[in-house]
Design a protein around this ligand. Structure first.
Ligand code: NIG
Length: 425
């Protein structure tokens, strides 16, 4: 058994769940940030944290030179399985056009046409980019295949990446958009038949490869009734539920997610007071242990409101009301939503910076939402913190204090990254 002690840490954000302050559930307690600290990694896990002066001996010792160390980011929402380029669509949007879900079809065409090896290499490269920015736990989705064969191909690809340890969580998003073949024109089947396909044959094909099912509940995609059909079928197949909701309007996705016990509803740009209350009301739902070490049950716990700051900026949408959600007591996560249409970035540090500067979160609230918040949205207890026993996923900032993330916006802040106790290239 080899161990490594890291010293020279000016701030060690353990975010240890055992030290949570119940009076400030969305924030970081003073005791969760250690000054002049050290951490011991053993067998890919955190074995010890404490004052540097008390650090135990270990097989190896490294001095981090007075830098701040955070848990790696937990990015609970991304769409990395795609080919094709939509830079022109983005440019047109910046020139005044608004975002519509229709662009998904463009990416679907390109993704269907991509060879397996090319698609795998593209996903691998995108994961590497995310890790280079400090992300150490990552969810990603199918959703640009939209046929049984193409969704299965994407799900198998994600499953294989999880098996080799490159990825953490996979989600089936067959209900991303009704594909052209189901437009109901000229005798072709319509949306209802596509929903039956997603909830039937497509789900049956992919279910063994994913832990989650998601639906884009929005005008122009799937209405609440269609979304409920898909989600209920997913739950019956043993999958946890996630919802894209209230991105373009008050789609009904929030009420649906809360009613069905979804782990997360993502985007949440357009919320009325009753939506905020509905999400806050789920915060008291207890989590339950899962069937594997480190995992929680997918069907218990709060519906996390996941805000996507980079997407809000890239679509010039009203920013999701993260401040109001936290003030109301809702559980909040920050994710990248990396995808070619609305948010072509996996830079979680940028998302945290934006949450502080634009969404009015404190640094502690934003860091927590991008670590523990993401972990809760993915029902994982093993990541998002550096308590003893947690996965040794560390993000070393090239700064003496984490506030530099927001104080020096846009500056490169990631110095070194450990994932599963291994330093990343
Ligand atoms: O989360 N909203 C739906 N899906 C993506 C956008 C996908 C696309 O435009 O390609 C999102 O923003």
């Amino acid at each position: 058994m080899t161990s490594t002690v890291l010293t020279g840490i000016s701030e060690l954000w353990t975010l240890d769940p055992a030290l949570d302050d119940p009076a400030r559930p969305g924030d970081v307690a003073d005791a969760q940030v250690l000054r002049y600290a050290a951490v011991v990694i053993e067998e890919g896990r955190i074995a010890w944290t404490g004052p540097a002066a008390d650090a135990p001996a270990a097989d190896a010792r490294e001095d981090l030179g007075g830098r701040a160390v955070l848990p790696g980011w937990v990015d609970s929402h991304s769409h990395l399985v795609f080919d094709g380029d939509r830079a022109a669509e983005f440019e047109a949007r910046m020139a005044g056009r608004s975002y519509s879900a229709g662009g998904i079809a463009v990416t679907t065409d390109a993704t269907r046409a991509a060879a397996d090896a090319r698609l795998r290499d593209l996903v691998r490269d995108r994961i590497a980019e995310a890790v280079a920015g400090g992300t150490t736990c990552l969810e990603t989705k199918t959703g640009y295949g939209l046929t049984v064969a193409d969704e299965l191909r994407a799900a198998q690809l994600l499953d294989a990446l999880i098996a080799e340890g490159a990825l953490d969580e996979a989600t089936f998003l067959g209900a991303h958009l009704v594909p052209r073949e189901f437009d109901g024109e000229d005798g072709r089947p319509g949306a209802a038949q596509y929903v039956d396909l997603v909830a039937g044959e497509m789900l049956a094909a992919v279910a063994e490869h994913v832990r989650w099912i998601d639906v884009f509940c929005e005008d122009g995609a799937f209405d609440p009734e269609q979304s409920a059909q898909v989600l209920r079928a997913g739950a019956a197949a043993g999958l946890g539920l996630r919802v894209h909701g209230h991105q373009l309007g008050r789609s009904g996705g929030v009420a649906l997610a809360a009613a069905l016990g979804a782990a997360s509803v993502d985007h949440v740009n357009h919320l009325a007071a009753e939506d905020v209350e509905a999400l806050a009301a789920t915060a008291a739902r207890p989590t339950a242990p899962g069937d594997r070490p480190g995992l929680l049950a997918v069907d218990a716990g709060p519906t996390v409101a996941t805000v996507l700051p980079a997407c809000d900026l890239s679509t010039r949408a009203p920013l999701a009301p993260a401040r109001e959600l936290l003030d109301a007591g809702a559980a909040v996560a920050i994710a990248s939503n990396c995808n070619p249409g609305t948010s072509y970035t996996s830079a979680m540090s940028f998302c945290v910076t934006t949450a502080v500067l634009q969404m009015h979160l404190s640094l502690g609230e934003a860091v927590r939402a991008a670590t523990r918040g993401g972990a809760l949205a993915l029902r994982r207890g093993d990541v998002g913190h550096l308590g003893v026993g947690a996965r040794a996923d560390l993000h070393v900032l090239d700064a003496p204090a984490a506030i530099h993330l927001a104080y020096r916006p846009g500056m490169p802040m990631t110095h070194r990254v450990w994932r599963h106790g291994q330093e990343q290239p």
